[in-house]
Design a protein around this ligand. Sequence first.
Ligand code: TRP
Ligand code: SF4
Length: 328
Amino acid sequence: MAQKKRILSGMRPTGPLHLGNLLGALANWVKMQDEYDCYFFIADWHSLTTDYENTESIKDYRRQIMLDWLSAGLTPEKSTLFVQSSIKEHAELFLLLSMITPVPWLERNPTYKEQIGALSNKDLSTFGFLGYPVLQAADIIIYRPQGVPVGVDQAPHVEITREIARRFNHLYGQVFPEPETILTQTPRILGTDRRKMSKSYGNAIFLSDSPDEILSKVATMITDPQRARRSDPGNPDICNVFDFHKLYTPADTVRQIETQCRTAAIGCVECKREMARNLAQSLAPIREKRAYYKQRPGMVEEIIAEGNNRARATAQQTMERVREAMQL
Ligand code: TRP
Ligand code: SF4
């Protein structure tokens, strides 16, 4: 059999994962495990680029995210699962790449200015924040993957990565393949308040939420705002609850609900209860696996240690080639 193509992707440990993370990335990674030689890592150093003032949660978040990954179906039997800060070679390659990366490439990075504006409560005039894409480039090319599955927000970073890889190869000889962006198609899902689902907005449904927690969050969701009374007909096209139904409720029931909503045959309370039940049911296998791994912290530690060892071996091989190419 031909060798599987290698892909790599990472996630910042920002706390427990929510439905947006699952549908936007994780579910896709789980599927890709069968087709590709996968490297998935927790980008804990990346958290420091914006949250260097608050480091007290990193350890806990790292543990939580790995629990979520394993619960959702990432498995060490198919993928190399590891932690960025455990592979010091990322830092070495970051340093070397920083020597050859022109500052204007970083300054024109669209997320750079955007984030500085959006996170104006933080002082992001740091070297580390500007250099973030160089670290990300090192994360990626140190494993010489052919592809990087990411959401559209990360695509510019993969593009800078390709430019940096090309520049390295041009200066020192061909060491790095230029990785392709594998754009993840994300189904439309919003938070309970109709903004983008985000832990910091308090509008997220987490993979670890119990059926009761799911129900009470769903109960707060905004429906069709025109539908003031139970007897008013509703419009599912503008209802966030209905978007969730489309993902979690069997298709024939969805059609039924659509008609019942438009004719006021179903009320929002009942409609939400049905959706919450289906959502909780679809998350049940994840919740069960989470409970399993949560009771076995030693096992999770071992999985991480083994993943780190595998990743480190690959990273060390690459770094030998890098030093040789650079005559270091
Ligand atoms: N920057 C990514 C994020 O914030 C995380 C990340 C770091 C990453 N290094 C990566 C993603 C390498 C893909 C490949 O989500
Ligand atoms: Fe939305 Fe359901 Fe209420 Fe219709 S009945 S507005 S789909 S929650």
